[in-house]
Design a protein around this ligand. Structure first.
Ligand SMILES: [Ca+2]
Ligand SMILES: [Ca+2]
Length: 665
């Protein structure tokens, strides 16, 4: 039995959680995923429609079908909505209509029909299957309770807090395929080499009972060890097993499937006699029909890196060729085109006021081969990078330090879009600069942050990114005091951040004017899932304004150094927090408190219309050292475990709460 029974519900239907009358909340769960639906949406609020039966159907692919006919909708004036939660909004105009293959198709509407549809998390072109939800002849390993020690484990770091382990010849994981696909991503773990450094082993892929392909799995990039050694300051990143307890159990690798697979095929990952690793752990699988390579830009608008000597089909370095192409393109006002291939670099490449266009994240790769550098530094006016895979062949821990992207000031109007970044230190590390966009990127297994805006970064938009298994903050807005001014007015929206092995899924630390909305954050193993993190070890400007709304935070929290951190860890440790609004967030199945206030500096936050469901301990916990005041309006705390309270204030009169309309006594 795993904690958080709601996660295990098997209903093939939408779960309807009516609060009262016509105002309902829906939380979605796909049986094949065995979890709340992450990438489509985790919550829908309907103002009203004129039938009592659910009108949404979920199928095994995650597709939703709207079964109501338009005439079944009944317009109801907002004033007639009956709810004890009168402050919850009734929206009378459609706020979203979305029609990609994995999303809702909504019926026509007019002014007399109305609904509110929320999307939380990134919309992505792949489907993720949690291994533990499928046919297994090996073992399913799951986290069975909130952690009582600080020990890391593969299940603590797994998405869904569970995985499958194949140990004997013939053990398999099998599932009925739900989408046509020509690629597969395995989030997996095979043993480390006895003295560290990883090893490789094969695993057999069967389709409809016939062996299709041998997949080669490696453990070069995962398995790090807490240490008292040379990397003790770098989040326990020693590659030597003698360094201490293991963590970073999961690697991700991607493969093209020979001849592809169709919907309805039976896929099996099996340990055959020739597959000699002592064990194969599978956490999750992504399936995607990767598109063909993109065509080059219109003739006359671009320069091709191959014309400058780059060769994406050999193993020789391409740095000089790419740099020369960038210089020429800037001078001529043209795009740099990188056709399909794998290009190597042994030094940092600066994209200064130029657009770089690859053929797609599955087709054009840029691989760094030297430690202590970066793939790309963006600089100047409107540097833009599209449609690449970015990685390296050298980094296996943070201090070896290959970054994916960094920003060199001055820099404005920059774009990083549809880029897949993996096995780097930090993926996108932005200090300063303004008016940037990070969109549609995938970040997998890093040794530091995924996407970090810091030191005055302002007016940046980070949206539709999918981040999994990273080694520090997934999304971060920091306002480091060493910057000339604080970061301001950044937006993080519709991102998915899962299964961090260090740091926070999302961190808001300083500055003002930030908006963090409609993100899906789940399964952190180390710190808080969402955090305002202002420790004295990292001095920041005060946080003087921000809105955190309509995010779903699932199974968040941790027992980092025995602190039993809440899913929302709001820490005014070294400076103050003011003018922050938390609104309409779902905090589900947290390991410890759902909301956890800590730190002795003054904090003033308003919490409005949040749903805190099935917390591991308290709904809201205010630690004894806390100072400040909070306003709590129309929040719901429910499904508490016996012995825990909705709201526990250990700070006494030092923290003053004001309460109205909450669904707790
Ligand atoms: Ca899993
Ligand atoms: Ca080459």
């Amino acid at each position: 039995m795993r904690f958080g029974a709601k996660v295990l519900k098997k209903s093939a239907k939408v779960q309807c959680e009516a609060e009262s009358g016509a105002l309902s909340w829906f939380l979605l769960n796909i049986p094949s995923l065995n979890r709340w639906l992450p990438r489509l949406l985790a919550g829908i609020a309907f103002s009203v429609f004129g039938q009592t039966n659910p009108v949404l159907q979920l199928d095994q692919t995650g597709a939703l079908t709207w079964t109501a006919t338009p005439h079944s909708w009944m317009p109801i004036a907002s004033s007639s909505v009956s709810s004890p939660l009168a402050n919850w909004p009734v929206v009378t105009t459609p706020v979203a209509t979305v029609g990609d293959s994995n999303s809702l198709v909504l019926p026509p509407t007019n002014n007399s029909q109305f609904y509110l549809l929320e999307r939380r998390g990134a919309t992505v072109p792949f489907i993720t299957l949690e291994a533990e939800a499928h046919r297994v002849s090996g073992q399913i390993v799951a986290l069975t309770n909130s952690p009582t020690s600080t020990t890391w484990s593969p299940e603590l770091e797994a998405s869904g807090r569970a995985f499958v382990q194949l140990t004997n010849t013939g053990h398999f994981l099998e599932f009925s395929n739900v989408v046509a696909a020509n690629t597969i991503v395995l989030r997996h773990c095979i043993p480390d080499a006895p003295t560290g450094g990883g090893l490789a082993a094969s695993l057999s892929l069967y389709v409809n009972g016939i062996k299709r392909q041998t997949l080669t799995l490696t453990s070069t990039n995962n398995w790090l060890y807490q240490t008292n050694g040379v990397n003790s300051s770098e989040n326990g990143q020693d590659n030597d097993p003698a360094g201490g307890p293991a963590h970073v159990f999961w690697n991700e690798e991607r493969y093209f499937i020979t001849n592809g697979v169709q919907q309805g095929d039976t896929l099996r990952l099996q340990k055959d006699a020739a597959d000699t690793a002592a064990f194969y752990r599978i956490d999750s699988i992504d399936l995607e029909q990767a598109p063909p390579p993109l065509s080059p830009p219109p003739a006359g608008t671009y320069l091709n890196v191959t014309s400058y000597g780059a060769n994406g089909a050999d193993n020789l370095d391409d740095s000089t060729a790419i740099k020369n192409c960038l210089i020429a393109a800037k001078a001529q006002g043209k795009i740099v085109w990188m056709p399909p291939g794998t290009y190597y670099q042994n030094t940092s490449i600066t994209v200064d006021s130029v657009t770089v266009q690859g053929a797609g994240m599955w087709h054009t790769s840029l691989i760094q081969t030297a430690e202590g550098t970066r793939n790309i530094a963006i600089k100047g006016n409107a540097p833009k990078v599209y449609d690449l895979f970015v990685g390296n062949s050298v980094t296996t821990y943070r201090a070896s330090g290959v970054y994916g992207f960094t920003l060199t000031s001055p820099c404005t109007n920059w774009v990083i879009e549809n880029v897949w970044i993996t096995h780097v230190s930090a993926a996108i590390w932005i200090t300063g600069g303004s008016d940037g966009v990070v969109r549609g990127c995938r970040v997998r297994l890093t040794y530091a942050d995924a996407i970090n805006l810091n030191k005055g970064a302002s007016r940046c938009l980070v949206e539709q990114n999918h981040v999994r298994g990273v080694g520090d903050d997934g999304l971060a807005i920091l306002a480091d005091l060493s910057g000339a001014f604080p970061s301001t007015n950044n937006i993080l929206r519709n991102n998915t951040v899962m299964a961090n092995w260090w740091g926070h899924n999302c961190d808001l630390a300083g500055g003002s004017g930030h908006i963090i909305e409609n993100n899906y954050l789940a399964d952190n193993s180390h710190a808080g899932c969402f955090t305002i993190n202002l420790p004295s070890a990292y001095p920041m400007y005060p946080l003087t304004g921000g809105v955190v709304r309509r995010n779903t935070i699932l199974r968040g929290g941790s027992n980092f150094v025995g602190q039993k951190r809440g899913a929302l860890w709001l820490s005014a440790g070294s400076t103050t927090v003011s003018n922050v609004l938390f609104q309409e967030n779902f905090v589900l199945d947290s390991l410890f408190p759902a909301i956890h206030l800590v730190g002795s500096h003054n904090q003033m936050i308003t919490f409005e219309r949040n749903v805190l469901d099935a917390s591991g301990t308290e709904g809201i916990r205010v630690n004894s050292e806390v100072n400040g005041s909070g306003t709590f309006i129309s929040n719901i705390v429910r499904n508490l475990k016996p012995g825990f309270t909705q709201y526990t204030n250990l700070a006494g009169g030092d923290y003053q709460g004001t309460f109205s309309g909450n669904s707790w006594p």
